[in-house]
Design a binder for this molecule. Structure first.
Ligand code: DX5
Ligand code: ZN
Length: 232
């Protein structure tokens, strides 16, 4: 149900909660929903696959309890196969794994779909599209990282724009609906380029949480994405 809502949403701004005030999580969730956020992007880091450690199942459960928005879980962990069912139980609507953590993800993507979540596959900037191409038919979403994962507030890497372009062409050619998500350094200066290249979901951390007015930030970013998405 919530996944269908997310599919209908592009272009959609997804706040990455990494930089939010976790001491006031329920208030932050209410503010984001009132500000027009279309879904919540939750960054799970294990301090092993990436050089940082954030949060896991308990925060996903808390977001599920206090928000009706779709939950998009970005797993930056070395062994996601051990946790997919628990993330479903915690309330994830979309679960994204990294090709660098699971080089042969076919069985895991199928399991994620069987658990009635949207199956996402992410790749880091240095990873070529060829690494994920054999598995695109098993994906509902591809997450193109525009920074090396691990931290918010990093600079956007424009080299990933051609990947978005190629994925959009693939989706059209194969007539397969594929949500194209971009994550890392997306803000007023870069969201337009991403939309023009084919992205539909835009993860934004510092571009929202460093602003006082979440609604203004989200509506400005949405307007820029709409203006550049060529009337998707
Ligand atoms: C980084 C995370 C991103 C990050 C985005 O590894 O996956 O979601 O929080 O934050 P900004 O928009 O500040 O780059
Ligand atoms: Zn992320």
């Amino acid at each position: 149900m919530r996944l269908r809502a997310l599919r209908a949403a592009p272009p959609a701004i997804l706040p990455s909660l990494l930089l939010c005030d976790f001491g006031r999580l329920a208030d932050e969730l209410a503010r984001l929903e009132a500000a027009g956020a279309k879904a919540l992007h939750l960054d799970v880091m294990d301090g092993h696959f990436v050089p940082n450690m954030t949060y896991g199942l308990t925060i996903v459960e808390a977001c599920r309890k206090y928000s009706a928005l779709p939950i998009d879980v970005h797993l930056m962990i070395a062994n996601p196969e051990k946790y997919v069912r628990r993330y479903r139980d915690a309330g994830a609507d979309l679960l994204t794994i990294h090709i660098e953590a699971v080089p042969q993800p076919a069985a895991l993507l199928k399991e994620i779909r069987e658990l009635e979540m949207g199956a996402g596959l992410a790749l880091n900037p240095p990873t070529p599209l060829g690494a994920i191409e054999p598995f695109l038919k098993l994906c509902d979403l591809v997450l193109v990282m525009s920074v090396m994962p691990g931290f918010g507030g990093q600079a956007f890497d424009p080299a990933v724009l051609s990947k978005l372009n190629t994925l959009r062409e693939w989706s059209r050619r194969e007539k397969q609906e594929l949500l194209l998500e971009v994550d890392g350094g997306v803000n007023d200066a870069t969201v337009g380029q991403c939309a023009a290249a084919g992205a539909g979901l835009f993860v934004v951390g510092s571009g929202i949480f460093r602003r006082e007015d979440y609604a203004a930030a989200i509506s400005e970013l949405t307007a820029l994405a709409v203006a550049s998405s060529g009337g998707r």
